[in-house]
Design a protein around this ligand. Structure first.
Ligand code: SF4
Length: 263
């Protein structure tokens, strides 16, 4: 942590950290990480929401944001506590959103999870597109038109943090899951900021450019941020955290429009 704080102070930048898992709330020293790093920027937690409310109430410092991931395969156990947790977080000025894992083979459960949320939270739901993790190019799951209509038509009020500029110069807020649902998430050969202003730290201390692990940057004790954008080596960019990194297609880059994706 000291090294991260040193880089942030030397470069005079703000931290934006997403802590994910597995399930990060089972990590014993998580409350310490939140308390030490929050003064330097935003600390977001991606959790399945199964911790009791009292665990959250006992945190000395709450994270800046909590993304509650709703999984159809084990939702029953926690359905009663999700609204209570969201109310507690919102009341304590924590930004909340929900990653609704849209599983085509459990669509009824996926929809019942959405319906179980209090109405005020439905507008904080991000329908999350599932990828097939078993093959290298990770195609999206087999959705029907009904599924895709829900994913693409659901509007949310989660503040956007990136924009996308298309070839015709139109600019939209970036919705990573919509981009994936339309198979627009292939950036092989593009120039990407992974490793320049964004790193992924593994539990063993290894540091990579991007959640996609496109380039090993060393370990927490010796890594250096890259000076230049890397050329994307992957057939598809499958994590919203990676999709929103600045990137552009060098073949169509034009003066005044750069980069194609901007944070
Ligand atoms: S997979 Fe995504 S984050 Fe990784 S290098 Fe390619 S464009 Fe960048």
């Amino acid at each position: 942590m000291a090294r991260v704080i040193n880089i942030v102070e030397t470069k005079n930048i703000k931290l934006c950290i997403d802590i994910a898992g597995g399930e990060p709330t089972i990590v014993e020293y998580l409350p310490t990480i939140i308390a030490k790093l929050k003064p330097y920027g935003k600390i977001n937690l991606i959790t399945n929401g199964t911790r009791s409310l009292s665990w959250w109430e006992n945190l000395s410092v709450l994270p800046s944001g909590v993304i509650i991931t709703l999984h159809p395969e084990y939702y029953d156990k926690k359905k009663l506590r999700i609204n209570d947790l969201a109310h507690f977080l919102v009341d304590n000025h924590v930004s909340v959103s929900f990653n609704l894992m849209c599983q085509p083979d459990r669509w009824e459960t996926t929809m019942s999870i959405f319906e179980d949320l209090d109405n005020q939270f439905k507008k904080l739901v991000i329908p999350k597109v599932i990828n097939n993790q078993d093959v290298y190019d990770r195609p999206i799951a087999g959705y029907t038109q009904e599924h895709l209509d829900f994913i693409n038509s659901h509007t949310n009020e989660v503040p956007p943090d990136s924009t996308v500029t298309y070839d015709d110069y139109s600019v939209n807020n970036l919705n990573a899951n919509r981009i994936m649902s339309k198979n627009q998430h292939q950036f092989k050969g593009w120039s990407c900021a992974a490793g320049v202003n964004a790193i992924c730290v593994k539990e063993n201390g290894n540091v990579y450019a991007g959640i996609c692990n496109s380039k090993n940057l060393g370990t927490m004790s010796n890594f250096k941020l890259l000076d230049e954008y890397i050329t994307c080596p992957r057939p598809s960019c499958t994590c919203p955290g990676d999709i929103k990194l600045s990137k552009y297609n060098p073949m169509v880059r034009r003066t005044g429009i750069e980069p194609i994706f901007t944070v």
